[in-house]
Write a protein that binds this ligand. Structure first.
Ligand code: NAD
Ligand code: GLY
Length: 377
């Protein structure tokens, strides 16, 4: 079979526009693809302890073949690398490589490595260029595009960061072959999100093709990544800094999801994408309960997310932990979410599949009732 040709999607930002290239075999072509964008023939690749042994050497070789000097720095895999102390160690590790303002950082990994490296690039020597080479489905369809970078503090996730756009995103679809199934499924929730926000035709495509994509159909994966990146590029180009409600729509499922993640400790018990999946089902349920959305649409969303295997029932999260969930605690986490303005809860609600909107006036009694029912279900 002839390998698919890569597809290029432009993120159209005045003065800072960049391409997202989606396709197979891009790690081995990265040096040649990046070289024209580099201010100097020197890059520092940041990766994690799982991804570096899989793809680090090939990426270094690809840069060196293109005449670019490449160093590789490895951080621990997982969210702990977004802590302040880990960030400090990374900055010193980067400075050990004697970078100058023309050095480019390359993020090779999932959303953790991308967020961390992007923020490091924003502040290293007051700002150097960076390139994203996302290796999880979540990072390929969401976190590597749009320039949100940052790290975590004891006050919460991503509360220290910068809007800082990459110069290029290379989404090599082959690397998803080594991604654990659970991580692939978590990333798939973010794919479905684009259909639910404003593209009912894409949601119907997900219903028909999601299982095949998750079983490894390369053409379906590539199509889903392209459609997701097209949607994200369009939204980011229109509202880069979330100054209108447009980019905020990308937070569909996130207010609920954030509360679930906060309660489960932002770790392996509930992955970010899993939390978004459960959160989107809850956003549809709340919208239906408020009379905003047809109950049949909420049922369709729950059916699809459940059918592909995402954990939706609260009691299925972290084992038989039913007693741990309390509506009041979940609401407190929602209030602490950085999307809440002036203490008002902010939700992305829906009028149906593909009709998301931002609401800052949710009736708290209805919310509480919905959460009590979700805990009991
Ligand atoms: P992750 O980066 O922790 O990756 C998940 C796991 O998969 C890690 O253990 C990693 O080592 C491993 N892995 C990555 N690629 C692999 C591959 N190809 N083969 C085998 N293993 C691989 O998690 P994630 O889900 O990619 O990202 C989550 C992070 O992204 C969170 O910190 C979240 O806050 C952030 N995020 C940021 C944005 C944004 O817009 N900046 C959007 C969504 C999420
Ligand atoms: N992932 C949400 C955003 O990029 O705005």
């Amino acid at each position: 079979m002839t390998p698919q040709a890569p597809r290029t999607i432009r993120v159209d930002l005045a003065g800072r526009a960049y391409d997202i290239v989606v396709g197979p075999g891009l790690i081995d072509r990265a040096g040649a693809l990046c070289r024209p964008l580099l201010a100097a023939a020197k890059v520092i690749i940041v990766s994690d302890e799982t991804v570096a042994p899989l793809y680090g050497r090939r990426l270094v070789d690809s840069f060196e073949k293109a005449g670019v000097k490449a160093a590789l720095i490895t951080v621990a895999a997982g969210e702990s690398s977004k802590e302040f102390a880990a960030f400090g160690r990374l900055m010193n590790g980067l400075l050990d490589q004697r970078p100058d303002r023309k050095t480019t950082l390359v993020a090779l990994g999932g959303g953790v490595v991308g967020d961390l490296t992007g923020f490091a690039a924003a502040v290293l020597l007051r700002g150097v260029d960076f390139i994203q080479i996302p290796t999880t489905l979540l990072a390929q369809v969401d976190s590597s595009v749009g320039g949100k970078t940052g790290i975590n503090t004891r006050h919460g996730k991503n509360l220290v960061g910068a809007f800082y756009q990459p110069r290029l995103v290379l989404a090599d679809t082959d690397v998803l072959d080594t991604l654990p199934k659970r991580e692939l499924l978590a990333g798939y929730a973010e794919v479905v999100k684009y259909g639910l926000i404003d593209d009912p035709v894409f949601f119907a495509w997900c219903e028909a093709n999601g299982a095949g994509l998750l079983e490894g159909d390369a053409a379906k994966r590539t199509y889903a990544i392209e459609q997701s990146c097209l949607a994200k590029a369009r939204i980011v180009a229109a509202d880069e800094r979330e100054t209108t409600d447009l980019r905020a729509l990308l937070n569909l499922g996130h207010t609920f999801g954030h509360a679930l993640e906060a309660e489960t400790g932002f770790g392996g018990e509930l992955l970010h994408g899993e939390a978004v999946g459960a959160g989107m089902a809850m956003a549809f349920d709340l919208s239906s309960r408020l009379g905003l959305c047809p109950p049949a649409d909420a049922a369709r969303v729950r059916d699809h997310l459940g059918a592909v295997g995402l954990p939706l029932r609260l009691r299925s999260i972290g084992g038989d932990n039913r007693r741990r969930w309390e509506a009041a605690r979940l609401i407190e986490h929602m209030r602490g979410d950085k999307k809440a303005a002036d203490g008002r809860l902010t939700f992305v609600l829906v009028r149906g599949i593909g009709q998301a909107f931002v609401s800052r006036s949710v009736d708290e009694a209805a919310l509480r009732g919905m959460l009590v029912d979700a805990i009991a279900a």
